[in-house]
Write a protein that binds this ligand. Structure first.
Ligand code: TRP
Length: 340
């Protein structure tokens, strides 16, 4: 039987190179193996858990993210692209799963813990935000996903999903599929920002977006953090913790040339500007076709709308089937021939 893959993103802005190396590239590769049922969800409901007062940001991002998806090579004919809020079955599953999770367990989730800190909720944590890992279990199980490719920060979510599935199946019978996470390895999963900070992120303002114009990409590359002690060209430079080389590790296909360049940089005699120009050329080559496809899509909103509508219809049919099995197993299908 074909395995099912489900994953998704919160639509809180355009996607950047960190998303590209950490997940998008891999999703396209999985899709093109033609051996999985692929679902990719735009998690607008999850994004609303901490943006309730600013829905416009989320709604505006829906099409941005969809354009990013299709322009990197996700093909709506092969991969079901859909919008979370259009599948009300997910919310109903969440309600049942909430009974299988304790408040103490939710409080222990390290990713939620650090997000609460980062977002500065203090004592005012939205309850919906606090329980989003449970709604994420609904996202995954509604499609009986076997595999969930996600970033390393999502490990605790997959762990919780597995616990809920085991608990549900134990109590009500084997209905749900226990998912497995797939995580990026090495540098792919943690592309630093332009400033060399641990993570590329919109909020840190250190990202290159897939939709950035060529001159913007170039400007950003030329401003990148390198080795602060590599002052004169003749000075020996450090390749480790040097964002320019980290990006080259993630994007340069000619590994022999890259090794040579690293050796030269370490020895001294290779200036930052040269390395940055080399990186810029590589990034432009990778981003140019993506940008061109995106420009076409921008002119074709009707097409995007149809993709999302069809994808959401398909997804809803699958989720409805699972929900019906769940209700059956729980014995709450009162009006479908079940006795009180
Ligand atoms: N939490 C994920 C993120 O922030 C998005 C997401 C929502 C997701 N539901 C999901 C990922 C289900 C995988 C499976 O990136």
């Amino acid at each position: 039987m074909r395995k099912t893959i489900l994953t998704g993103d919160r639509p809180t802005g355009k996607l950047h190179l960190g998303h590209y190396t950490g997940s998008l590239r891999n999703r396209v590769a999985l899709q093109n193996q033609d051996k999985y049922n692929m679902f990719i969800m735009i998690a607008d409901q999850q994004a609303l858990t901490d943006n309730a007062k600013n829905p416009k940001k989320i709604i505006d991002s829906l099409l941005e993210v969809t354009m990013d998806y299709i322009s990197v090579g996700l093909d709506p004919a092969k991969t079901n692209l859909f919008i979370q809020s259009q599948i009300p079955e997910l919310a109903e599953l969440t309600v049942y799963y909430l009974n299988l999770v304790t408040v103490a367990r939710l409080q222990r989730n390290p990713t939620v813990k650090s997000e609460i800190q980062q977002k500065g909720f203090g004592e005012s944590i939205p309850a919906g935000f606090f329980v989003y890992p449970v709604s994420q279990v609904a996202d995954i199980t509604a499609f009986k996903a076997d595999l969930v490719p996600v970033g390393n920060d999502q490990k605790p979510m997959i762990e919780q999903a597995r616990e809920v599935v085991r608990s549900f199946n134990n109590i009500y019978g084997e209905v749900l599929v226990e998912p497995e996470g797939m995580y990026p390895e090495g540098i792919e999963g943690r592309l630093p920002g332009l400033d060399g900070k641990a993570k590329m992120s919109k909020s840190l303002g250190n990202a290159i977006y897939l939709s950035d114009e060529a001159d913007v990409v170039q400007k950003k590359v030329m401003s990148m953090f390198t080795d602060p002690n590599h002052i004169r060209v003749e000075d020996p430079g450090c390749v480790e913790n040097n964002a320019v080389f980290t990006y080259l590790d993630a994007f340069c296909k000619d590994k022999a040339a890259l090794e040579e360049m690293k050796a030269h940089y370490r020895r001294g005699g290779l200036g930052d500007v040269k390395v940055k120009r080399y990186l810029n050329d590589i990034l432009q080559a990778e981003l140019e076709p993506i940008r061109a496809r995106r420009k076409e899509l921008e002119k074709n909103k009707d097409y995007l709308y149809e993709v999302l509508r069809k994808g959401s219809d398909n997804a809803r049919a699958v989720a409805a089937q699972t929900l019906s099995e769940v209700r059956d197993a729980m014995g709450i299908e009162y009006f479908k021939g079940m006795k009180f």
